[in-house]
Structure formats: C-alpha cells, structure tokens
Design a protein around this ligand. Structure first.
Ligand code: AN7
Length: 364
C-alpha cells in the first residue's frame, strides 16, 4: 500500500509544485494543439483521500477513497471542464459565453471567462443558489440574471440564446466540458495505479458521470476491468433514477436540483455499459453523510455528500476487498447556510468573557 502510494506519486508527469494545469498535463488526450490559447488557473491534480471512517463502515476489507474535487480553483469540478470550454471558445474567436447554473457552473464560467478576457452571462434560479457560488459569479464579473424559474427553465433559454446570437454555451452540452472533466478519472487511475471497482458520483445533468466514464475508457489499460458507475440523485429530484421529467425538483442539495437532465441519453449508456446503477438518496441521508465527512476533516457541499450517502446505502452489495472512489464534487464553503443549519456542534453565544465563566462553560 505505502509502496504503491510512493510509486504513483512519481508516475505523475508533473510534481505538485509545478503542476501546469490539466490541459498541459494531459494534452495528448485532449482536443488541443499549439494554436489553442490555454486559459488556466492550474485546476486539477486534486487529492484522492483514503477514508478510514467509511472503509470501517462498509467493512469487508474495502478501501474507500474520496476524490476531493472541491479543491479546484473555484471550489468545484466544473473548473476541469471550464478550462477546456473557455480555451476552445477563445481559440474559435468567441467573445462571450453563457450558461444556466445551479451555482457552480456560473462561478467557474465567470472565473475562466474573465481570465481569458471574455464576457460571461449567467442565468440562475432565483433563491436556489448557495451564497458562496453567487458571491463568486458576482466577484468574477459575470452578468447575473436571476430568473423566476428553475434550472431547467434557465437552460432552455440559454440554449435558445446561444443558437440565435454569437454567444458560446458552456453548459455540459458543450463537448469540451466533458473532455476537460474526464481528466479526473485519469488522476484516479494514476493515483491508485488501477481502476476502482465502483465509482460513486452525484448526478444533476449527468455531464460528470459521462465524463468520468469516457476518462476511464480512454485511460485504462487494455483488458483492465472498468468501474461500475453508481450515480446518485436526491429523492426529490431524481429524473434519471425514475426515468421521468421532474417538473418541480426539490432538495436541500441545490446543486443537483435539476428535473430534466440534458445528458440523459448519455447517462443511460454509461449505466448500461458499466453495469452500474442509478439510485436516489433522501435529503436526510445526504445530510448524515455531509456531517460524517466533516467529522473526518472533509467539508464538501450537500450535493457531493450524495455520493457517500449512496455508497452507505449499498453496503450489503459491495464485494469483499473492493476499492471504491466517491467523488466529492464541490467544497463545503460554497454553502455556509446549509452547514450552519445542519451540524451537531456545541455553539454557545453571548458568553460573558471572563476566565471564571468560560472555564465553567467548558467543564473545568
Ligand atoms: C457540487 O452548476 O449543474 O451531473 O449548474 O455543482 O455533471 O450536472 C452543478 C452540478 C454535482 C452534478 N455536484 O453534476 C451547475 C450544475 C455539484 C454540482 C453536480 C453539480 P452533473
């Protein structure tokens, strides 16, 4: 185990300190050439963290790892796709980009667009975007339109706008997004020196599960077993699990509050080819996992915790000595309201600041 870890550290082409960003690192696997202007914030190369708590909960000598993609420059996996989408938009001479977003896509699009000197427009569902994400989009200088509708309404409008006007759509229907995001699977294979048995991942529009599957297919060695792709949705927002359109999706995990995923057909192929499964988890289960992860020192956003809630739900189906990766797609700091409302911490306020009083409060 330790030997493997050391070996995989050196099998990466670039040392941590001079990581050039994922396009440069994996350019032989990506649709770029010397003419592509690379717009990067050095995204990618995120840690794969062994989870002692989860490995113990699942038992049976399983090894559970967390792909902590919340450590990307804007705090979510979207940066992997956005470095590609914005670089290609720039290469193609486009001057403005647009997206609909539950939050993270807008933050990432705004950051990479401004870095590349492009204008960005974002449509978000009024009242259902976490504070941190909105703050980011505003700070990075996007023009933000908060609509009286949900993500699915917003996506339909931006698709129409990008067909009518010279604005590039950077939602995950943009194929370059998938190309960039597939590098997360490359990194997992590099770190483990093998493919995992299962990949547990939250699904909204199902761009990321599509990207991971493409990544595993392209990067694994011949005859190497590919992972079962286990996609999880919130039970109030589970169009892929139930094979329906959800008109009014509802979940505490606002990032995946999506009722009509654009990558539905691609996701079905992933499920079938990987012999995987799509299942739902309740908001209560999501919050339980969110708290459990934080108690191991890993703070992710609620949508990300759906991957772990799903893992735990499948405890009895997991084969002995399996290696499983749960993808933590976004950083917990994105949604401070959710954290402050959902924790088991001792938090006493309005305390008199005297040594005597505080010693007593602390039980000394
Ligand atoms: C933390 O930002 O759709 O299945 O507009 O932010 O590829 O859609 C976010 C999605 C999972 C689902 N976890 O990924 C958006 C948006 C987090 C997310 C997903 C999202 P996909």
């Amino acid at each position: 185990m330790i030997l493997n870890t050391i070996k995989s550290k050196f099998s990466r082409k670039f040392k941590k300190n001079n990581w050039p960003g994922l396009i440069e690192a994996y350019k032989s696997h990506l649709p770029v050439d010397s003419k592509t202007p690379i717009i990067t914030l050095k995204e990618g190369n995120t840690p794969l963290i062994f989870s002692e708590k989860l490995s113990k909960i699942i038992g049976n000598d399983t090894q559970i790892y967390l792909k902590y993609d919340g450590l990307n420059p804007t705090g979510s996996f979207k940066d992997r796709g956005m470095t590609m989408a914005i670089s290609k938009a720039k290469e193609e001479g486009c001057e403005a980009v647009i997206c609909a977003s539950t939050g993270n896509t807008s933050a990432s699009a705004a950051a990479y667009a401004t870095r590349g000197g492009l204008k960005s427009y974002v449509l978000i569902p009024d009242g259902f975007v976490a504070q941190g994400k909105l703050a980011q989009a505003l700070m990075y200088g996007a023009e933000v339109l908060s609509i009286k509708g949900n993500f699915d309404d917003a996506l339909k409008i931006v698709q129409d706008l990008s067909n009518k006007f010279p604005i590039t759509l950077v939602n995950s229907v943009n194929p370059y997004r998938i190309e960039g995001q597939k590098t997360a699977a490359f990194e997992i294979v590099d770190d483990l020196s093998c493919t995992p048995d299962w990949l547990c991942i939250p699904m909204g529009n199902a761009g990321n599960i599509t990207a991971y599957w493409k990544g595993f297919q392209e990067y694994s060695k011949k005859n190497q077993k590919l992972p079962k792709m286990m996609g999880f949705q919130a039970s109030g927002s589970a169009p892929l699990v139930n094979n329906i359109i959800v008109k009014n999706p509802d979940t505490i995990a606002t990032a995946i509050r999506i009722g009509n995923p654009v990558n539905r057909e691609k996701a079905k192929v992933v499920k079938k080819e990987s012999k995987g499964d799509f299942q739902s988890v309740t908001d209560t289960e999501i919050i339980e996992s969110y708290k459990l992860l934080a108690k191991e020192g890993i703070f992710c956003e609620p949508a990300s915790a759906a991957s772990v809630a799903g893992l735990i739900k499948n405890k009895n189906r997991i084969k002995k000595e399996s290696t499983i990766v749960c993808v933590l797609t976004g950083n917990g700091l994105k949604d401070p309201d959710c954290a402050i409302k959902n924790n088991d911490a001792m938090f006493q306020q309005n305390i008199e600041p005297s040594l005597k009083n505080i010693s007593k409060k602390l039980g000394y």
